[in-house]
Ligand binder design. Structure first.
Ligand code: UDP
Ligand code: MG
Length: 157
């Protein structure tokens, strides 16, 4: 039984990009999502294929930075995960900071750990539609785990 979606409950795809993995930020980033109270439902280390990346960033295919983005995301393995919880899509984006690290407040992941848009260490889905698309792109149904969050009653009233 993998499907535990309910009304306000959401899932989002978060990926530590190759620079984040190289810079050993995986533990720190995961800790922030755990501490916030979200539930981890999927996790893996992957070297993304060009085909997968093209699908993932399909909306950006005509942007001038697209080629550079493809090669950036291919430079090493990424840690890809799915987090679940109340309004997690928007909250995760707030935790990430702005697209450009220079505009990201201290306290956000990009605001704390990077300086340039072409090395901005992390990805997070930006809407319900893209979260659904991205989760199904990166994970099979049997990789999404449904389990009871023991501290749930202390995180949700
Ligand atoms: N990007 C870039 N140059 C730009 C804009 C974006 O290199 O001018 C890269 C950057 O790594 C960014 C990714 O392309 O994270 C996807 O862009 P998007 O606008 O979706 O930003 P995000 O959703 O990651 O904040
Ligand atoms: Mg985006």
């Amino acid at each position: 039984q993998n499907n535990c979606w309910t009304g306000v409950n959401e899932r989002t795809l978060v990926a530590v990009k190759p620079d984040g993995v190289q810079r050993r930020l995986v533990g720190e980033i995961m800790r922030r999502f755990e501490n916030r109270g979200f539930k981890l439902v999927a996790l893996k280390l992957v070297q993304a294929s060009e085909d997968l990346l093209r699908k993932h960033y399909w909306d950006l295919r005509s942007k001038p930075f697209f080629r550079g983005l493809m090669s950036y995301m291919s430079e090493g393995p990424m840690v890809v995960m799915v987090w679940e919880g109340l309004d997690v899509i928007k909250t995760a984006r707030n935790m990430l900071g702005e697209n450009n690290p220079a505009d990201s407040l201290p306290g956000t992941i990009r605001g704390d750990f990077c300086v340039e848009v072409g090395r901005n260490v992390i990805h997070g889905s930006d809407s319900v539609e893209s979260a659904e698309k991205e989760i199904s792109l990166w994970f099979g149904q049997n990789e999404l785990h449904c389990w009871v969050h023991n501290s749930r009653p202390w995180i949700y009233n």
